[in-house]
Design a binder for this molecule. Structure first.
Ligand code: AMP
Ligand code: ZN
Ligand code: FE
Ligand code: FE
Length: 282
């Protein structure tokens, strides 16, 4: 039996409603899913209701962007429940920082002669957390790029003319806030860190000591050897090997819920391991 622990809805930069994401997971025959929208728990209520109706297990989560010296670090946080808590309290501030960044991205594009009104971005986002894929979709619609990846390559990716950094939590802060909130922090898609895969062990040992719970090992876009390397590394470091598709609806059209590019199968033991790793706080 399989699960999918990395999914986005239109509450951030996916294009399906939370309930639709849950329906797709159930239709794929999964036993569990985690909704991991960027910087928000807004979709968790709707997803939980849909999951209860369909008899599938829903793990509440989010995905944070974390400061990392050599690249991009995303941290998946599992069992983060809507309500009070140290990390929950920080999410609103992270969304505000995002809004400021998005405005600057639009200013940079305007300097390149591309006018995209902020209202158009808000409309594209459907009212949830705005991310670069929304701006990318408008660049495609306006004929400035051929596809969303092309819009990143031309304008939005790190180092491009409209790339804008923003304030982020450090990895150790994110891990500490997640743990203090009773949740389990997991490094997402480690290829974006700018660390060679043979150096992962050295890079993650310190974070494991700081309370890291796992590493996303069964990532849809990874070849089997890299998945196996990460699963071995997790066993060595005492971490949970998680995985998922990173489904974003039509913003990443080559990825399906549960199966990714067709060869993804995340073992369902992961769900019990995450539940056991969850600390009780409060
Ligand atoms: P943001 O949270 O606004 O920084 O946007 C992050 C989102 O952009 C993630 O969901 C990524 O999947 C997507 N993304 C980042 N880099 C690229 C890229 N080079 N091509 C396509 N999508 C990307
Ligand atoms: Zn995203
Ligand atoms: Fe990510
Ligand atoms: Fe993601």
């Amino acid at each position: 039996m399989a699960v999918d622990l990395h999914l986005h809805s239109r509450c951030s930069d996916g294009t399906d409603s939370p309930a639709e994401v849950v329906r797709l997971a159930a239709a794929a025959g999964l036993t569990a899913l985690a909704l991991t929208d960027h910087d928000t728990l807004e979709g968790i209520g709707e997803a939980t209701e849909a999951a209860n109706d369909l008899g599938i297990d829903l793990i509440p989560g989010t995905e944070l962007s974390v400061d990392w010296p050599t690249g991009t670090m995303h941290m998946l946080v599992y069992h983060l429940t809507p309500g009070d808590g140290p990390l929950q309290a920080r999410l609103a501030g992270l969304r505000t920082a995002r809004d400021g960044r998005n405005q600057v991205i639009l200013e940079r594009l305007a300097a390149d002669g591309i006018d995209i009104p902020y209202e158009a971005v808000l409309e594209e986002s459907g009212g949830g957390v705005v991310g670069r894929p929304h701006i990318a979709a408008l660049l495609v619609a306006g004929g400035h790029a051929d596809s969303i990846p092309d819009a990143f390559d031309r304008f939005l990716a790190t180092g491009r003319s409209a790339y804008v950094d923003r304030d982020r939590l450090t990895a150790v802060e994110a891990i500490g806030l997640a743990r203090a909130s009773g949740a389990v922090p997991v490094i997402a898609h480690p290829h974006t860190l700018g660390v060679a895969s043979e150096d992962y062990a050295a890079a993650f040992t310190e974070l494991a000591d700081a309370g890291l719970g796992g590493i996303e090992s069964y990532y849809a876009e990874y070849p089997p050897e890299l998945r196996a390397h990460l699963v071995d590394l997790c066993a060595t470091l005492g971490l949970i090997a998680t995985g998922g598709s990173d489904y974003h609806g039509r913003y990443k059209p080559n990825l399906a819920v549960g199966t990714g590019r067709g060869d993804l199968s995340v073992p369902d033991e992961t769900v019990a391991a995450l539940a056991a790793a969850r600390s009780t706080v409060g």
